[in-house]
Structures are given as C-alpha cells and as structure tokens.
Design a protein around this ligand. Sequence first.
Ligand SMILES: *[C@@H]1O[C@H](CO)[C@@H](O)[C@H](O)[C@H]1NC(C)=O
Ligand SMILES: *[C@@H]1O[C@H](CO)[C@@H](O)[C@H](O)[C@H]1NC(C)=O
Ligand SMILES: *[C@@H]1O[C@H](CO)[C@@H](O)[C@H](O)[C@H]1NC(C)=O
Length: 333
Amino acid sequence: ILAFFPLYRQQNTAFCCSGCNSSCRNMTTILLWYWPFRKSYSLQGDVCWDLYRIPCCRLVDQRSLFSSADVVVFHNRELLEGHQKLPLDLQRPQHQRWAWMSLESPLHNGNLRRYAGIFNITITYRRDADVSSPYGELIPKETEEHVAEDAALNKSSLVCWVVSDYLTHHKRSEVYRELKAVVPVKVYGHWTKAYLTSGALLPTISRCYFYLAFENSIAKDYITEKLWRNAYQGGAVPVVLGPSLNDYKTIAPPHSFIHVDEFASVKDLGKYLQQLAEDKKRYSEYFTWKQQWKVKLYTDWRERLCKICSQYNSFPQQKYYTDLEAWVNANNI
Ligand SMILES: *[C@@H]1O[C@H](CO)[C@@H](O)[C@H](O)[C@H]1NC(C)=O
Ligand SMILES: *[C@@H]1O[C@H](CO)[C@@H](O)[C@H](O)[C@H]1NC(C)=O
Ligand SMILES: *[C@@H]1O[C@H](CO)[C@@H](O)[C@H](O)[C@H]1NC(C)=O
C-alpha cells in the first residue's frame, strides 16, 4: 500500500527515550545562519527530540557556534533580497556542509549562478533534494477509519478556485477560461476581490465539489498547500495542474485527485466533473483514501531543519553543487 508513496519514511525513533541526548554518541549540530522571513522560533530545550522525536540533533542559531556546526543552513530568500550574505570569509571546518534551502519554485529563486561550487546539500520540496521538504504529505493512519458516506452533502458549488495573481498567460488561467465556458467556476481571492478570510477558506472550499489546486508556477514536484491543505483538508476533490500526472501519482493515492492531463480537452474535463457531481457514489469514491491516510502539513521551519539530522548519515562524503542554477532548473516542465 505504500508503493505509490516513496516519500514516506518511518522516523527513526527506536532506541531512544526522552533525554536521550545525554547518551548520544554523536550529536549533529545544525546551525541556522538566519531565520527565514526574519521570523524566529524557540530553540529552547532539545527541540528536535521534544517536538519531532528526532534524536541526537542540536538545532542552534548562534553564529558563534559556526566552528562546531556540522551543517550550516542558508535560506535563499534573504540572500536574494540582499538582507543576508554568505560568510565566505570564514574558514569552514573540513567536514562542515553548507545547505541551500528554498521552498520557492525556480522562477522565484533569482539567479543562482553566483553560488556555483558553494553548497553541499539542498533542502527543497523536490523529491531528489538531499533533504526533501515537501509542503505536505500523506501518512498512513494507525487504524483504518470509517469516513462519512455522503461526501457530497452540503455542497453548493461545482468548481471553486482561489486566486490572487491572475496572469492571462499562465497555463492555469487558460485552463480556467476554457473550463468556465463549460461549467460554472466560482472564483475567490484578490483577483476578483472576493476575499476570503483565513478562517473562511476551508469552510468555503468544503462547500465545493471540486477545487482547482492550480499552482502559480509549473515546476517539477512543486505541489503546495493548495493540494494538502486547501483541497484535502478542505474536503473538495482537487483538480490539479503543474507537475505531471506521474509525479502526482507518486505522492498521492489513486482516486484522490483529478489531473487536467487525464483528459483530451478541458471540455472533456468539465463534462467529467459535472457527471461526477451528479453521481453520489462515484463522487464519494474520491474520498475513500481518507480511510487509510491522513494529511500532514509542514509549516514549522524547525521540523525541516531537524530532518537534516535524520538524513545526516546518508549524505555523500564529498559533494557540492558545481552548478546550483542548473540543478534548480533541471527537469522543469
Ligand atoms: C561519529 O562521528 C565521527 C566523527 O565525526 C565519525 O567518524 C563516526 O563515524 C560517527 N559515528 C556514527 C555512529 O555516526
Ligand atoms: C453539513 O452542514 C451541517 C450544518 O451546517 C453540519 O452540521 C454537517 O456536519 C455538515 N455535513 C458535512 C458532511 O459536512
Ligand atoms: C562542501 O563543499 C565544499 C566546496 O564549497 C567542498 O570543498 C567540501 O569538500 C564539501 N564538503 C563536504 C563534506 O562534502
């Protein structure tokens, strides 16, 4: 059953009890050079153990600890905006690795050519990053749960879309225009000035049969909270566009989403959605995955950073990105 979902990894919690750090043979020190978006979180106590049951991982943000850090992490946004600089003048201990971290799509990372030969590891949403850090994932439930039979209850809109930046040339805008010629699409967000408060977002989506989880950038593995939170947690069937159908199949169970590429035309897609909404039984099959899976969102930077420790021992001995720009843009769709 895990076959479609290679991202899922059992966390290494065996052999450890709380306070296990005192019995750590090797403690890995992760130094965050500055906080993403200038928003800091508490690092009191043994954060990685206390919050995520990741042992032997020391997460720090004091630059004075540079020489004892095994990994130093740099978030791209602040480098891009010029708020921060790389400490290129410091002598790196031999075993120390520098990590480049970004959850943005390639289009929003700026020019990375100047970072040729600097970073040893990448932390991004990509599945092939050294530390893969998706926006969310599905994890198996401990016991199967019964899900409400009538998934179609309380639905009042066929298709909903929340969009702030509407750009005519975006692929998603093109699909939207073709779709609304066939079926009604209710649009919320900045573009139509039909604003939703954060508290109203999920309840609104829950009243839609389908939610257009269209990413603003189309890039390999770029699947954001639009799928994990808005659609899956909101309770509408996601219609997706962006990464390929095969990419989605590896991270989400069959019959949990509808991919635009599954149809010869957007018109066919529209007809399919309409028929599905009229057939309660078939529609509710799009929710049976919930019996076995639950959504896990990643929103806390500390969790991403602690995860470096879980993977520390599998990093290649000597590695660095000779051309980060090329890696980031590789396999873009
Ligand atoms: C502990 O760290 C040392 C030095 O960094 C290394 O040589 C050794 O392989 C590590 N042992 C384990 C179990 O990770
Ligand atoms: C439908 O709406 C009613 C009233 O708002 C609510 O009590 C009920 O839980 C909803 N059912 C579902 C399946 O969302
Ligand atoms: C990290 O990258 C640097 C190049 O910037 C390289 O000299 C060093 O050997 C790499 N370290 C590891 C542990 O891979």
